[in-house]
Write a protein that binds this ligand. Structure first.
Ligand SMILES: [Ca+2]
Ligand SMILES: [Ca+2]
Length: 165
């Protein structure tokens, strides 16, 4: 038998593998359960609720962090259709914003810059009873869905994780 068909088969396998690698690099999808928005993947966890710190640990253990937000489009994404129809929750959900270290100095738990002024719900942040340092995004069960509120970090709520695609 001629050796050429074997060589051709060998080369085409290499080419095909390279081709798949190139495709995979250009069209990398989010992990299962995550939803792509802009260049990040978001997980809306509402099957179980966690305190802010536990939620943050959960997100970190899955390769991300609690969600940071850097533009209003992302707020719209988080608060809008996906929030209601993918997460199946109308409840407020933890994001990464907090002023645990210093009262009134809000930072994102993923270390990203605080370059976006979140739209606080009316009367928020109020640091109620001097004990609200973790931030949540209000859902549809609130008068101000899509707006932010400071809440007691130990309270269990749904939460939103974010990681790269
Ligand atoms: Ca506070
Ligand atoms: Ca509050």
């Amino acid at each position: 038998k001629s050796m050429f068909p074997n060589i051709f088969s060998f080369l085409s396998k290499i080419l095909y593998k390279n081709f798949l690698n190139i495709i995979a690099k250009h069209y990398k999808y989010c992990d299962e359960g995550y939803t792509l928005f802009e260049d990040s993947c978001y997980l809306f966890e509402s099957d179980f609720y966690k305190s802010w710190h536990e939620a943050k640990q959960y997100c970190i253990s899955h390769g991300g962090n609690l969600a940071s937000v850097h533009n209003q489009q992302t707020v719209g994404f988080l608060a809008g259709l996906v929030f209601v129809f993918v997460a199946h929750t109308a409840r407020a959900s933890w994001v990464g914003l907090n002023d645990i270290e210093e009262e009134g100095n809000y930072v994102w738990s993923d270390g990203s810059p605080n370059d976006f002024l979140v739209t606080w719900a009316p009367g928020q942040p109020d640091n109620w009873q001097d004990d609200e340092d973790c931030i949540q995004l209000y859902g549809a069960d609130n008068n101000s869905p899509g707006y932010f509120n400071d809440q007691n970090c130990n309270t269990a709520y749904p939460f939103i994780c974010k990681k790269g695609k």
